[in-house]
Design a protein around this ligand. Structure first.
Ligand code: TXA
Ligand code: MG
Length: 323
């Protein structure tokens, strides 16, 4: 439970350069005062994350944008008005004072106003920007509950604010608004179509080679369970189940096509939601739970190729990438 007292404590910790994990509607963040270099350094140490990977700065309201970003294009303001507070991160030109450790030495900054009520209360009470990556160790699955954060970071975090299970369950859509054309650096549950509807122009995904360096979220080593994980088409499931040997079992199969389930003593069937939003909500939680059980492998039924599944497909691709 998050009381007024806990928020006061959280603000004190942030002011003193400590780390506070807090819920957002996407995933839990590991927060520090974005103006305190030593505090930000602790984030990287806690996550074991390379220092050149930039952090998103979380703010409470639109008036704070100009404290962090300059030359904000009108199109970016339209997105901010349409989607904030919410699961969208805007990449903008940074103000000169913004610390290099926050931006990875880049001339740009990622900004987001989250809509989770606990994040809102915390950010309003703190008053400044809170730099926060997802509250997991580098290459691990992002946490979607307070217990997940505890499992990831233990005593490396000074306080964990418990705001229940995250509503969206996948990280925010990141859109770069610094160039001539808007470019999505990381797919999220806000789709290109939704962004296009507001902008009145086409929005494209970054080509992987363009974004690999700038956005570690694009890196294949992200979001990976330690259990061997692979994707499979629904049409291949019967043959897979048939061919499964005693030595390769037990296997967890995350399946959306519930009619494709066949009886097998070697398989635990995990029924996944049919809708994209509900699937996204459950995905990390399910992967984390399965990874903590003694399965020899996790097999995931591939999801549709449509735009509403882009973010889920992106995370499934990363979860099943070879280490
Ligand atoms: O939903 C989210 O975005 C969550 C919650 C806590 O807000 N945060 C999150 O942070 O996913 P993190 O650090 O795990 O991922 C942030 C991504 C990274 O891939 C980083 O490279 C990218 O944002 N990023 C941050 N600042 C950037 C910048 N100036 N230019 C390009 N990419 C940037
Ligand atoms: Mg992350």
């Amino acid at each position: 439970m998050t009381t007024d007292n806990t928020i006061t404590k959280a603000v004190t910790i942030l002011r003193e350069g400590g780390l506070v994990a807090f819920p957002t509607e996407t995933v839990y963040g590991l927060g520090a005062d974005a103006c305190n270099e030593a505090a930000i350094r602790r984030i990287f140490q806690a996550k074991e994350r390379p220092y050149d990977h930039p952090l998103i700065v979380h703010i409470a309201h639109l008036e704070q944008m100009k404290d962090w970003a300059r030359d904000i294009p009108p199109a970016a303001m339209r997105l901010a008005h349409a989607f904030w507070p919410g699961p969208l991160t805007l990449i903008l030109k940074k103000q000169p004072h913004v610390l290099d450790i926050v931006t990875g030495g880049q001339p740009t900054i990622g900004l987001r106003i989250p809509r989770h009520p606990v994040a809102q209360v915390l950010l309003h009470a703190f008053g400044g920007g809170v730099a926060a990556p997802s509250a997991n160790r580098f290459t691990h699955i992002s946490p979607t509950t307070a217990a997940d954060v505890q499992e990831e970071l233990h005593e490396r975090v000074d306080l964990i604010l418990d705001g229940g299970a995250c509503e969206v369950g996948l990280e925010s859509t990141i859109i770069d608004m610094t160039g001539e054309h808007p470019v999505i650096l990381r797919p999220g549950m806000i789709t290109p179509q939704a962004l296009e509807n507001v902008l009145g122009k086409q929005v494209v995904y970054a080509k992987p080679h363009q974004s690999e360096i700038r956005t570690p979220g694009m890196h294949h080593l992200h979001y990976a369970p330690t259990t061997h994980t692979s994707l499979i088409a629904v049409s291949e499931i019967p043959a897979f189940a048939q061919a499964l040997t005693e030595a390769a079992a037990p296997v967890a199969v995350m399946i959306r096509s519930h009619l494709a389930i066949v009886p097998s003593d070697k398989i635990k069937w995990i029924k996944m939601p049919v809708e994209a939003a509900a699937y996204a909500h459950d995905l990390y939680h399910t992967l984390r739970a399965l990874d903590n059980q003694p399965f020899k492998q996790i097999v995931i039924e591939a999801v549709p190729e449509t735009a509403e599944w882009d973010a889920v497909r992106d995370r499934l691709f990363k979860a099943s990438a070879k280490r």
